[in-house]
Ligand binder design. Structure first.
Ligand code: PMP
Ligand code: GLU
Length: 386
């Protein structure tokens, strides 16, 4: 009998990835499932980015690159971080890797067994398992509907113990679509200073913003030295399958995290990095058009949901998710299964995002307007039978 390590026995498969694979498999078998399940822009990767990858392939750019990434991409990311995010980044602070891997490496480099990492609840499905894989303990902090899905400084302060090492923030957030205000970000950053914590800021939805401003904690006074900023190309440039992202870290943190990269993936895919340069330095019109469409879809999905009596939905300010409350029904996993079976519409149960996510379902509106309208109409038939 194979005996598996406790670290993998302690985690479950990714519910979002599983659901995504299941939908792809069903489609391959000719079944028609309407999906609002996946956090993946449904737009093509802009042509100038694809062209840059093709050119790099034709030019034979297919070998190892320096472990932290090619110089021109690290320069472009540092420049973007300085001008758009006011993070005082130099190319030497930039480590290029798939976004998920940047978060995993951060956990591996900073957490020991017995350490604790504070995470927003509800929060993205993979934060907890990454902390667990690093041998540490995830500590979810409730970021409730009433608080607009932003963890309050009071709730975080209460969760801090002498073992707390990391505080993870995610704005705009998955699944709530919340955008932390400057004051909220500052209050959380102050806690990191007071308790000598490292702040990990996942900013992957930075550009999918409808209201408010995007504040990078690493731009706040004195915070650069204790903040790891994570970002990526998946959402902004509709590049989920390219597996490209980055982190920005001060030198001592960078040095330790880079060792994990060297011993795991060595470097990000060479020609994909060239596409990353094109994405960051090329025209912004495709991004602007995508965000405009997401905004219209957000309004559409909210309008359609409002037709279902008794359903309350917090208005998201960013990302491409809505997270309506469906309490008073069976648990969210059973409900989503029933919606799928009875209506062929796939949505994600709130419980996938933590205990505080229970009583909700997540709808991703990275889908066509027709799919959104028809899916919510069909779901409504199930939800009205509450
Ligand atoms: N952070 C959040 C909040 C996400 O929703 C995701 C999923 N795309 C990631 C990180 C990981 O991104 P990537 O697919 O680029 O690794
Ligand atoms: N982040 C996306 C989601 O929440 C993609 C799947 C994943 O990586 O978890 O649906």
């Amino acid at each position: 009998m194979v005996r598996f390590a406790k670290r993998v026995r302690s985690i479950e498969p990714s519910p979002t990835v599983r659901l995504s694979d299941m939908i792809a498999e069903s489609k391959a078998q000719g079944k028609t499932i309407l999906s609002l399940a996946i956090g993946e822009p449904d737009f093509p990767t802009p042509a100038h980015i694809v062209d840059a990858a093709k050119k790099a392939l034709d030019a034979g750019f297919t070998k190892y690159t320096p472990a932290p990434g090619i110089r021109e991409l690290r320069e472009a990311i540092a420049e973007k971080s300085r001008t758009e995010n006011r993070i005082p980044a130099k190319p030497e602070n930039v480590l290029v890797a798939p976004t998920k891997h940047t978060l995993f490496m951060t956990c591996m480099a900073l957490l020991d067994s017995g350490d604790e990492a504070i995470l927003p609840d509800p929060g993205w499905v993979s934060y907890g398992p990454m902390v667990t894989l690093a041998g540490a303990r995830p500590v979810p902090v409730r970021a409730s509907d009433e608080d607009g899905f932003v963890p309050t400084a009071d709730a975080v302060a209460e969760a801090i113990t002498p073992r707390t090492r990391l505080l993870l923030l995610n704005s705009p957030s998955n699944p709530g679509g919340s955008v932390y205000s400057r004051a909220q970000t500052k209050a959380l950053a102050d806690l990191a200073v007071d308790h000598d914590l490292i702040l990990v800021s996942d900013e992957i939805y930075e550009k999918i913003l409808y209201q408010g401003e995007h504040v990078s904690p690493a731009s706040l006074d004195g915070m650069f030295d204790r903040t790891i900023t994570v970002n990526g190309f998946s959402k902004t440039f509709s590049m989920t399958g390219w597996r490209l992202g980055w982190l920005v870290a001060p030198p001592p943190l960078f040095k330790e995290i880079a060792k994990v990269q060297e011993h795991t993936i060595t470097c990000a895919t060479a020609f994909v990095q060239k596409a990353g340069v094109a994405a960051l330095t090329g025209p912004t019109a495709p991004l602007e058009a995508m965000v405009k469409e997401f905004r219209a879809r957000r309004d559409l999905v909210l309008r359609e949901l409002s037709k279902i009596d008794g359903l309350s939905t917090y208005t998201p300010s960013g990302a491409f998710y809505v997270f309506p409350k469906v309490d008073g029904m069976e648990d969210s996993a059973a409900l989503c299964e029933r919606i799928l079976e009875e209506t062929s519409v796939a949505v994600t149960p709130g419980s996938a995002f933590g205990a505080a996510g229970e009583g909700h379902i997540r709808l991703s509106y990275a889908a066509s307007r027709e799919t959104i309208t028809e899916s919510v109409r069909r779901m409504g038939d199930v939800l009205r039978r509450r």
